[in-house]
Ligand binder design. Structure first.
Ligand SMILES: N[C@@H](CCC(=O)N[C@@H](CS)C(=O)NCC(=O)O)C(=O)O
Length: 221
C-alpha cells in the first residue's frame, strides 16, 4: 500500500487525487490527514518523509518518498501506464506549460491568502504584484481555453482545474466566470468529469479565515 500525506483542502493534494482517480490507483493508497501551513511549525510526520514539509507527499510501496505534486502525478501515470503526461513531445510540453501556469497560479493564491492573515498587515507591494499576475494568468488561460478544451485530458488540465477550484474555494466573490467566458465554458465540461467531481475541495477544520479574501481580487477596474 502507498501512503499519501493528504488534506481535503489542499489544491496540490487535489491534483494527486484527480490523478489517482484517472489512473485507477485510488484503492492502492492510504490517505493520511496531514495538517501543514507555511506559517505553522513544520508537521514532523511530513518532515520525516519530505524535508520541505509540504503536502502532497507520497510514500511508495518500496518506502521511497516522492514529491512534489508534479512528480507524484508522473509517478502514478507511469505506474498505471496512462497518458496524463503525453508521450508525444509537442503535446507533452503543452501540458507541462499548462501545469506550470496552473501550479504557479495556485502558489500565488495560497501565499496571497497567508499574507492577508498576517497580523502586521499584508505587504502591499507584494500583493499588488500578485494581483497583476493572477489577472495575467487568467487572461492567458482564457486565450488558451479552446486549445485546452481540444486537448486530451492531461496533467495541464488537472493543474488548471485545481487552480480554478482554489479561486472558487477561497475567493468566491471574484466572479471570474463573468470575465473569462471561454475558460468558464471549458471548466464546466471538466467539472462534469467523475475524477473532478469526486475531489472537490472542502474545509474539514473550524476556520473563519475564508473571509479574508473577500473583495481582494477584482478582474476589472
Ligand atoms: N510545488 C508543490 C507545492 C505544494 C504546497 O505548497 N502545498 C501546500 C499545501 S496546499 C503546503 O504544503 N504548504 C505548507 C508549507 O508550504 O509549508 C507541489 O506541487 O506539490
Amino acid at each position: 500500500m502507498m501512503k499519501l500525506h493528504w488534506s481535503p483542502r489542499s489544491p496540490f493534494v487535489r491534483k494527486v487525487m484527480i490523478a489517482l482517480h484517472e489512473t485507477g490507483l485510488l484503492d492502492e493508497v492510504e490517505l493520511v490527514r496531514s495538517v501543514v501551513a507555511v506559517h505553522l511549525p513544520p508537521n514532523s510526520a511530513v518532515l520525516t518523509d519530505n524535508p520541505l514539509g509540504k503536502i502532497p507527499t507520497l510514500v511508495t510501496e518500496q518506502g521511497q518518498a516522492v514529491f512534489d505534486s508534479r512528480v507524484i502525478c508522473e509517478y502514478l501515470d507511469m505506474k498505471a501506464g496512462t497518458e496524463l503526461f503525453s508521450a508525444d513531445p509537442a503535446a507533452r510540453f503543452n501540458q507541462l506549460v499548462w501545469q506550470a501556469l496552473g501550479d504557479g497560479l495556485t502558489d500565488i493564491l495560497l501565499l496571497w491568502r497567508t499574507e492577508l492573515t498576517r497580523e502586521s498587515g499584508a505587504w502591499t507591494a507584494v500583493t499588488e504584484g500578485w494581483h497583476a499576475k493572477v489577472r495575467a494568468s487568467m487572461a492567458q488561460l482564457e486565450e488558451d481555453a479552446e486549445a485546452l478544451a481540444a486537448a486530451p485530458f492531461g496533467i495541464g488540465h488537472i493543474a488548471v482545474i485545481c487552480a480554478l477550484g482554489q479561486l472558487d474555494f477561497r475567493w468566491p466573490d471574484c466572479a471570474w466566470r463573468d470575465f473569462f467566458p471561454k475558460l468558464s465554458m471549458a471548466e464546466k465540461d471538466w467539472a462534469a468529469c467523475a475524477s473532478v467531481r469526486a475531489t472537490a475541495i472542502f474545509d474539514d477544520q473550524d476556520s473563519n479565515a475564508g473571509e479574508v479574501t473577500t473583495g481582494q481580487l477584482r478582474f476589472t477596474g
